[in-house]
Write a protein that binds this ligand. Structure first.
Ligand code: ATP
Ligand code: MG
Length: 451
């Protein structure tokens, strides 16, 4: 190796976050916290409890529940331990031959995990339905773009139990809408549909396939492929050239069996009773295999083509498919990244979070007093910046300004020996002197006024 090459290697590598992942930084993280806090509050108002499930699970769990043919499972999962072997098995339709221990995947969504947990912990013994919510990162190997990441965050909820009463569907939807309303999310649009059940959907899918085959030549390659694998997904197509054709296809609403039609009508009635405004969208099918009957999607403003902030639907039978007792289920997942983007676009982001008090101190005795003052103020709930080394007052006040502090507490030798502390209000430059207890009182009062 030449000397030059050796030198080159020594140059430290510049690390960057992996494509499709990102750092969330302050002050934006304050908005994330506010959103999550609001979710905790609203969901618990509706009687939901939080569940935390692992970030990785057996690959088989996702393959069985989401469906081996879906994009999520066949192309987008981060799988460890023999990915090649796994995709070969998917291609051959021999997934069932793999032992569950063989491979694990980062979770692309959490419904399957929640259902697994419901079974594993015997939750059918609890008062039904069991109402759970979760929040956390999900992983999908997709093409990164605005509102689409490889590590993204979802906030979701599931209702599991013996009943599929339409009021359950409606209340779950009402809960998401209440959450969005509380956050003042702008341009919220709720679309609903029913995609039938085991009874009526297969017949409709066959009819759809027959009709699609007649117009196959006019469709793009994606849709052509889906005629075989998943004809419903053709209805999802955003391709301009296919819109005219799709408009002429048979609609599932005209092919629902009696039970599904009655369930759908009752869900709509229940939504109306709750004052939830919806739009029926016969093309809303959702991408995962486990959905049946009620499906819904919510879009919001400021997101371009990635404008879906929430997707959900009913999945009766999923728990049974995973080896549990016969169980009805419905749930949704909110894309938290997109929710935050939309809130920011409409100016709902938090302002730079300033400190309440910056303590400008000079001198050893003042330092000791400053440390004690910081302790008391923080205990009283104020955000306090205490500089670690002595600075001239002029420099300290400049620093306080840059940090957006409301007040500077000035502690020099005079203040300490007099027992009168100087508080400077940075917005108008006014100053006043306080004894230690008066100062706390004054700050408490002014905080109450401003909040
Ligand atoms: P899309 O049609 O946008 O791909 P999806 O149907 O794949 O969404 P779901 O699996 O239902 O989405 O997930 C629910 C929500 O999670 C979506 O509505 C979206 O807000 C969010 N979401 C899904 N995939 C991503 C991603 N890669 N990055 C950011 N958010 C995502
Ligand atoms: Mg997707």
């Amino acid at each position: 190796m030449s000397e030059g090459a050796a030198k080159k290697e020594e140059k430290p590598r510049k690390f960057q976050a992996i494509r499709g992942t990102r750092d969330l930084l302050p002050p934006e993280t304050a908005l994330w916290n506010r959103v999550e806090q609001t979710a905790h509050e609203v969901f618990s108002n509706f009687g939901f409890g939080e569940i935390r499930v692992p970030i990785f699970e057996s690959t088989d769990l996702f393959a069985r529940s989401i469906g081996a043919e879906t994009d999520v499972v066949s192309k987008e999962m981060y799988t460890f331990g023999g990915f090649e072997e796994f995709s070969a098995k998917v291609r051959e339709g021999m997934l069932s031959e793999m032992s569950p221990e063989e491979m694990i995947s980062l979770r692309p969504e959490a419904t399957a995990s929640v259902c697994r947990a419901y079974i594993e912990h015997g939750m059918q013994q609890l008062p039904q339905p069991v109402k759970l919510y979760y929040m956390g990162p999900m992983f999908r190997r997709e093409r990164p773009q605005k509102g689409r990441y490889r590590q993204f965050y979802q906030i979701g909820a599931e209702v599991l139990g013996g009943s599929d009463a339409p009021a359950i569907d409606a209340e779950v939807i009402e809960m998401v809408m209440t959450f969005f309303d509380r956050l003042e999310l702008q341009g919220v649009q709720l679309d609903i549909n029913s995609i039938g059940d085991r009874n009526c959907r297969p017949k409709y899918v066959e009819l759809l396939r027959t009709e699609l085959l007649k117009v196959k030549d006019k469709l793009g390659p994606d849709s052509q492929r889906r005629i075989e694998t998943n004809p419903l997904r053709v209805l999802d197509s955003k391709l301009e050239s296919e819109q005219g054709i799709i408009a002429t296809l048979p609609r599932i609403a005209d092919h629902l069996c009696e039970d599904c039609a009655a369930h759908y009508a009752a869900v709509k009635h229940q939504l109306e009773m709750r004052g939830v405004i919806y739009r029926e969208n016969w093309r809303l099918v959702r991408g995962l295999d486990y959905y049946m009957r009620t499906t819904f999607e919510i879009t919001a403003r400021g997101l371009g083509s990635q404008n879906a902030v929430c997707g959900g639907g009913r999945y009766d039978g999923l728990v049974e498919l995973l080896g549990g007792p016969p169980t009805k289920g419905i749930g949704f997942a909110i894309g938290e990244d997109r929710l935050i983007l939309s809130l920011q676009e409409s100016g709902k982001g938090p302002a730079q979070q300033g400190r309440d008090v910056y303590i400008a101190w000079m001198g050893e005795r003042a330092h000791a007093t400053a440390i004690r003052a910081a302790k008391d103020l923080r205990k009283a709930g104020f955000s306090v910046e205490l500089p670690p080394v002595e600075q001239k007052f002029g420099k300290a006040l400049g620093q306080a300004d840059k940090l957006g502090a409301k007040y500077a507490l000035i502690l020099g030798d005079n203040e300490v020996s007099e027992g009168l502390w100087t508080l400077k209000t940075l917005a108008d430059g006014s100053q006043a002197k306080f004894t230690e207890p008066d100062l706390l009182d004054h700050l408490r009062k002014s905080k109450r006024v401003s909040s």
